[in-house]
Ligand binder design. Structure first.
Ligand code: TYD
Ligand code: MG
Length: 486
C-alpha cells in the first residue's frame, strides 16, 4: 500500500511537509509544525477506490426552478445586512473573533429569533455545557425560544442526529476547533481534524439544505485559526471585531459568495446582550471632544451606508532617534504615505515628531477617502489648531499632493447634514455632483497645500501667551510650515 509521507502539518496555514523543520516555508511562521497522521483521511482503501465506477448524474440548466425560498432572514437587521439579506439554504458560514468578543451571544440571539419565527434551529456547543448555554439564554431573556441544544463534539454523532426528522433550518457549531471526526487520527484542534470536520459538516449542509454557522477561533494576529483552507471551503467568512474595553462590536464579511463584502453590522454589548445599532454615526460621534486640536470628522462609507467617525491624531516632539508612528484602525502604510506627501509637497516637517493616530470607536477604515480627514487631523495637532466642530472631511490624496474625488459624495453629505454638520471640506471636482450639497456649505480643496495653509492659519502656538500675540501673528503659519514653491 502506498505510504503517505507528508506527516508534518503547519498548524497556522495547513502546509504539509515530510520532515520537521523550524519554520514553515509557506507562511513563515516559526515552530508551527506538528506531526499529524494524514494517511487516514479516507477510510476507503486505495484498491477499492480505484475499482469504483463513476455514477451518472443529471445536468441542469440555469433557468431551472429552485423549489424553496433561497434566503431566510435571521430577524436581526444588522446580521442580515452583512450576510446579504439572510442565510442561503445549504450554505456554510464561518464566524471568527477574539475570545469573549460575543460570538456565542450573537448566535444565541440570532438562533432564538429564528426559532421564535417557527424554524427548526439547533445549537451545538463543543465548549460549554447545555446548562451554561441555557444560563446565557435566560440572562438574555430568550429562554422561551424553542432552540434545540446539545453539547457534542463528534461530527459523526451530530450528522446522524440531525439527519433524523425535519431538516433544521439553521445549525450553529460553537466552535469548529472542538469538533473531531473518526475518519482521521489527529487530536481535536489540529489542522487535519478541523479540516476533516468542516468537510463533513459542509457535505451535510449541501446535501440537506440546512444552513450551518461554524464558530472559529482567532490567532493572536487576527487570522481565523486552523487551516486557511477552511476559509476557502465555506461560502462566507465573517469576523466579529471590537476593542475589548469598548462596547461596540462590528461584524464584517471577509468573504461572501452570496452577498457584498463591504457592509458592516454594528452592535453594542449591553448587560442584556447585543443591541443592534442602526445608526452607527451617532454612536461613533457620541463622546466627541469638541474643539480640541488633532481631531477631524471623516464622512466615510461602509458598503451602502454612510458612517461618520472621528479621526484623532497626536503629533508630539520625539526624544527618539527614529520617531514613532503608531496607528489604530487605519492602514499604517497609508499614514506613512500621507506624512510623506505633507513633508514633500506642503513643507510640513514631521521627522522630529512622534505620530499617533487613532480611529474612534474601534472602527477600522479601509477607504482611501479618509486621507484628507487624516491629514487635517495631523496638521491640526501639529500646529495646535482646532478644526471647526461642524465640519466633515473626505477626499483621497494622491502622491503629487492633489486631492482626488471619491465616490458617493451625496450620500456622505446627506448623512453629515442629518447629524447637524454645517460644512464639508471635499475634493474640488465634487462641486458639480448631481446629488447637490444637502444644505451644507462646501469648501472644495484642489491640493493638500491649501488645506494645510487653511488649518495653519487657525493655529495657536501652545507656549505663547495669546493675549500678547498680534492679529498678524495669529494669521501667519507657524515657522514649521515653510511653504515650498512649485
Ligand atoms: P461570549 O458570547 O461568550 O463570547 P465568545 O463566544 O465570543 O467567546 O461573550 C462573552 C462576553 O460578553 C463576556 O465578557 C460577557 C459579555 N456579555 C455581556 O456583557 N452581556 C451579556 O448579556 C452577555 C451574554 C455577555
Ligand atoms: Mg463562545
Amino acid at each position: 500500500m502506498a505510504k503517505n509521507l507528508l506527516s508534518f502539518v503547519c498548524q497556522n496555514c495547513g502546509a504539509a511537509y515530510n520532515k520537521w523543520q523550524g519554520k514553515c516555508d509557506a507562511c513563515s511562521e516559526w515552530n508551527s509544525l506538528a506531526e499529524e497522521d494524514t494517511t487516514g483521511v479516507t477510510t476507503i482503501p486505495v484498491s477499492a477506490r480505484s475499482k469504483r465506477k463513476g455514477r451518472t448524474f443529471n445536468l441542469e440548466s440555469l433557468t431551472g426552478q429552485s423549489n424553496d425560498a433561497p434566503r431566510i432572514a435571521s430577524g436581526m437587521g444588522e446580521l442580515d445586512r452583512v450576510t446579504g439579506g439572510g442565510f442561503v439554504r445549504g450554505s456554510v458560514l464561518l464566524i471568527g473573533g477574539d475570545p469573549g468578543i460575543g460570538k456565542s451571544t450573537l448566535l444565541t440571539q440570532a438562533t432564538s429569533l429564528m426559532a421564535r419565527a417557527g424554524h427548526r434551529v439547533v445549537y451545538i456547543s463543543g465548549e460549554e455545557a447545555v446548562a451554561q448555554v441555557r444560563l446565557r439564554a435566560s440572562r438574555l431573556g430568550l429562554a422561551d425560544a424553542s432552540v434545540q441544544l446539545a453539547s457534542e463534539t463528534s461530527v459523526e454523532d451530530i450528522v446522524a442526529t440531525l439527519s433524523e426528522g425535519t431538516v433544521p433550518r439553521l445549525i450553529v457549531i460553537d466552535s469548529i476547533q472542538t469538533m473531531w471526526t473518526d475518519t482521521v487520527e489527529s487530536a481535536p484542534g489540529t489542522v487535519t481534524q478541523v479540516r476533516a470536520s468542516a468537510q463533513a459538516l459542509i457535505r451535510f449542509a449541501k446535501k440537506s439544505g440546512a444552513t450551518i454557522i461554524l464558530v472559529g477561533h482567532v490567532t493572536k494576529d487576527g487570522q481565523i485559526a486552523g487551516p486557511r483552507v477552511v476559509e476557502h471551503m465555506v461560502d462566507a467568512v465573517m469576523s466579529f471585531e471590537g476593542e475589548g474595553s469598548q462596547q461596540f462590536r462590528i461584524l464584517r464579511a471577509v468573504k461572501n459568495r452570496f452577498g457584498p463584502t463591504d457592509e458592516i453590522g454594528v452592535f453594542e454589548m449591553t448587560g442584556l446582550g447585543l443591541r443592534e445599532v442602526s445608526n452607527p454615526s451617532e454612536l461613533f460621534l457620541s463622546d466627541r471632544d469638541l474643539g480640541s486640536p488633532g481631531t477631524a470628522v471623516f464622512a466615510g462609507m461602509e458598503g451602502t451606508r454612510p458612517v461618520l467617525v472621528e479621526l484623532q491624531a497626536l503629533v508630539a516632539p520625539t526624544t527618539l532617534g527614529t520617531p514613532r508612528r503608531a496607528v489604530v484602525g487605519w492602514d499604517s502604510s497609508r499614514l506613512s504615505m500621507v506624512l510623506a506627501v505633507l513633508e514633500a509637497h506642503c513643507g510640513v516637517k514631521l521627522s522630529g515628531y512622534d505620530v499617533y493616530f487613532n480611529v474612534a470607536g474601534g472602527l477600522r477604515i479601509n477607504e482611501p477617502a479618509a486621507d484628507m480627514a487624516a491629514a487635517a487631523a495631523l496638521v491640526s495637532s501639529l500646529c495646535n489648531a482646532p478644526l471647526p466642530t461642524d465640519a466633515v472631511y473626505f477626499g483621497e490624496i494622491s502622491l503629487s499632493g492633489a486631492v482626488r474625488p471619491v465616490a458617493q459624495t451625496s450620500a456622505r453629505l446627506k448623512e453629515a447634514a442629518k447629524l447637524g454638520f454645517g460644512r464639508a471640506v471635499l475634493p474640488e471636482s465634487a462641486r458639480g455632483d448631481p446629488g447637490g450639497d444637502a444644505g451644507l456649505s462646501l469648501n472644495t480643496i484642489g491640493g493638500l497645500t491649501s488645506l494645510v495653509a487653511d488649518i495653519a492659519a487657525r493655529g495657536v502656538k501652545p507656549t505663547r501667551d495669546n493675549s500678547k500675540s498680534t492679529d498678524a501673528e495669529k494669521n501667519t503659519a507657524p515657522a514649521r510650515f515653510k511653504r515650498q514653491d512649485g
